[in-house]
Write a protein of this length. Structure first.
Length: 468
């Protein structure tokens, strides 16, 4: 009977590594306090790039945490011009089949989806499963998302390109150009999908955010106070973070760890730009020159752009080598104090090495949380998605990072880069940031501990599943 069935929580992340990890970590957090549940993660694949980034993590969790079960949806062919929104929408019948299948052996107590999977709410509403929106970014960014309908209604002639100061409740003043380009421009291909996401979020039974009260208290208060959305009542907000990947076991093989462990305490600047950050050759050159002139130790992850069309990616044109990508002689000249790694290094493990003293980040939300939890101060260099919003919050509100200026053509010059790195690594301003980020790290621990804000949000969330 239903009473005898195991209870499960179904979690549906979009196939992006930053989304998958935080949502699986939510599952693990639930299990650690409420072991009578099982966690079912619906996995959908999209393309070889995202799969190559997510597979190692899925394998690791499968080996270490058997009560997290991965349920793979059948793979659909991703058509050439298809967006992630269309792809996920097309998955709906598969989601429905999977939920029917899971419910033969489990009582599904709730369903948790991220923003790109918003279309699935249609399915779970039909099945009357209590469904929660999981916001993989910060509360500040979520405030912008909630505010989209209001911003677009009240907008007279605010174009995205104008440097208009916007007043969004809970946020420091922000320029319209700091919002994702889809936010205010109805012609942008992602505008409608994001308006849809904004409307879906408030229809969910609750909103789970990967953050904690202390870190974003003003935005949390604004949302709870009903200031952020004038059209609808916002459902309860559950800040249950920070949810980040655990550092891996000591069997790390990347040469960078051996190297890092030989460097002095807090002496190394770490540069890493998320799952998608790639730079032009000119920009790589500016970074290299700036780094070289700064004289600082560094570990730099350089990602090589993949050809857009996978058919173009033939064996005949292999990825360029680091020597080809970077200025001539750079690797040789900086050999004593720097290391460049191609494509990927396990970021959580790097950030937790004693020798790392600063982090140049693309302001992906997971990266920010990982840096906070490791107590590493940052230099903010946003590249895509909502990262410019994150930079405003990180620098102006949380005060955990330096601001990096782009020049008019969007390039960060060697001189600017050199100056920021030196400020972070040896100035009073840098010291102050370092101290504050350690306070933030301790607050994160408190939030997760007994009586902490995260723990009580988690309790409330789980209790909301009982009152159905
Ligand atoms: N990451 C990593 N090594 C890399 C690049 C990224 O381990 O070389 C991880 C990083 O630790 C984070 C995730 O990939 O957990 C990226 O998520 P984030 O939200 O920072 O950025 P996104 O990739 O979504 O833009």
């Amino acid at each position: 009977s239903l009473e005898m069935m195991k209870k499960t929580i179904v979690i549906y992340p979009s196939p992006l590594v930053g989304h998958l990890i935080s949502m699986v970590e939510l599952g693990k957090l639930i299990l650690s306090h409420y072991p009578s549940y099982t966690i079912t993660i619906l996995i959908t694949t999209m393309n070889p790039k995202t799969t190559s980034q997510t597979t190692p993590y899925i394998n690791r969790i499968s080996n270490t945490t058997p009560s997290v079960v991965f349920h793979h949806l059948p793979t659909q062919e991703l058509e050439k011009s298809q967006t992630i929104f269309e792809y996920i929408h097309q998955n709906n019948p598969l989601v429905r089949d999977s939920l029917d299948f899971i419910s033969q052996s489990h009582k599904i107590c709730s369903f948790i989806f991220d923003m790109f999977c918003s279309a699935s709410l249609e399915v779970t509403n039909q099945l009357q499963i209590a469904s929660y929106f999981f916001n993989t970014s910060g509360v500040n960014a979520f405030t912008v998302l909630l505010h989209l309908p209001t911003l677009n209604n009240s907008r007279k002639s605010v174009e995205h390109d104008d440097d208009t100061h916007l007043e969004i409740p809970g946020l420091p003043p922000i320029l319209s150009t700091d919002l994702p380009s889809s936010s205010l421009n109805p012609k942008d291909a992602s505008h409608e999908p994001f308006m849809f996401i904004s409307k879906t979020a408030v229809q969910a039974k609750g909103i789970i955010v990967n953050s904690f009260d202390w870190l974003e208290s003003r935005a949390v208060k604004a949302i709870r106070g009903g200031l952020c959305n004038t059209n609808s009542v916002v459902p309860p907000l559950y800040p249950v973070g920070p949810l980040i990947a655990e550092p891996a076991a000591s069997d790390e093989t990347c040469e960078c760890f051996t190297w890092l462990d030989k460097q002095p305490r807090e002496s190394v600047v770490f540069l890493c730009f998320g799952s998608g950050g790639v730079f032009s050759r000119d920009q790589l050159n500016e970074i290299a020159v700036g780094l070289e002139r700064s004289g600082k130790r560094f570990l730099w992850v350089v990602r090589v752009a993949r050809p857009k069309d996978k058919n173009e990616q033939s064996l005949a044109s292999p990825e360029p080598s680091l020597d080809e990508l970077l200025p001539e002689g750079f690797l040789e000249r900086t050999r004593e104090r720097g290391l460049v790694v191609k494509n990927w290094a396990s970021q959580v493990d790097v950030l937790n090495r004693e020798s790392v003293g600063g982090f140049v980040t693309h302001c992906g939300w997971n990266s920010i949380l990982e840096s906070v939890c490791a107590g590493v101060p940052m230099i903010a260099w946003p590249l895509y998605a909502e990262q410019r919003v994150n930079r405003v919050a990180l620098v102006k509100e949380m005060k955990l990072s330096l601001w990096l200026n782009e020049s008019e053509n969007g390039v960060v010059t060697a001189a600017e880069f050199e100056e920021r790195v030196n400020t972070l690594m040896d100035s009073e301003e840098g010291m102050a940031l370092k101290e504050r980020v350690k306070v933030a790290r301790d607050e994160a621990k408190l939030a997760l501990g007994d009586g902490g804000s995260t723990r009580s949000a988690l309790t409330e969330l789980v209790e909301s599943w009982h009152h159905q």
